[in-house]
Design a protein around this ligand. Structure first.
Ligand code: SF4
Ligand code: SF4
Length: 197
């Protein structure tokens, strides 16, 4: 029939047009902020400091080695080492700040840290009217638990836990005394010197 193809084509276009507004799997946007898409494992925003246990200060993995501060391309990390009353350096940061208005989320700080102490966060709702102090994150803002790390990056956090446990076991094996000789085993006799002719 003349025009049948045109009618079929138009019907298909109309079906797709209506479907793009009503079929859930075809909707590419959500009504943010009421609705939110789940955040993917490999998403990253700005760095945070991981702490073990419940105390965000004592449990910090960071030893204030300053490698991340040195390697950060835009130099937005600021660290001051903790010292005791005699001025002896402690393996702990007294100050650890990151200016997230400058941070470019490159993750280099994470890659260079030898202690698995700094990881990338997924928080992105940081808008503030205070351009300076409001975007300067201090140690207390940055310190988050390993449980939180597991929540936002489960695969990565599990791999880090496994690698830290393996390192710990290696250290323990190195520090352990050598195994004792089995009871009753005869000690090896000293070699008898052979007289030269
Ligand atoms: S993510 Fe990059 S820019 Fe941001 S603090 Fe780490 S090294 Fe610096
Ligand atoms: S976060 Fe890592 S690299 Fe940076 S100062 Fe702490 S231990 Fe060193």
């Amino acid at each position: 029939m003349l025009g049948e193809g045109i009618i079929k084509g138009m019907a298909e276009t109309a079906r797709n047009f209506i479907g793009s507004y009503s079929e859930a799997e075809r909707l590419t946007t959500v009504q943010y902020p009421e609705e939110r898409e789940p955040i993917k494992e490999n998403n990253r925003s700005f760095p945070f400091l991981v702490h073990d246990g419940l105390d965000p200060e004592k449990g910090l993995r960071c030893v204030a080695c300053k490698i991340c501060e040195k390697e950060c391309p835009p130099q937005c990390i600021y660290i001051i080492l903790e010292r005791d009353e005699k001025g002896k350096p402690q393996k702990h940061p007294r100050v650890f700040d990151i200016d997230v208005s400058v941070c470019m989320s490159c993750q280099i700080c994470v890659e260079v840290c030898p202690f698995e102490a700094i990881k990338m966060d997924t928080v992105f709702e940081l808008s503030t009217v205070d351009r300076f102090e409001g975007l300067l994150l201090h140690k207390s803002d940055l310190s988050k638990s390993n449980t939180y790390f597991h929540k936002i990056h489960p695969d990565q956090a599990a791999a880090v836990d496994a690698s830290l446990a393996a390192e710990k076991a290696k250290e323990a094996a190195k520090a352990a005394p050598p195994p004792a000789a089995p009871a009753g085993a005869a000690s090896k006799p000293a070699p008898v010197p052979v007289a030269k002719a």
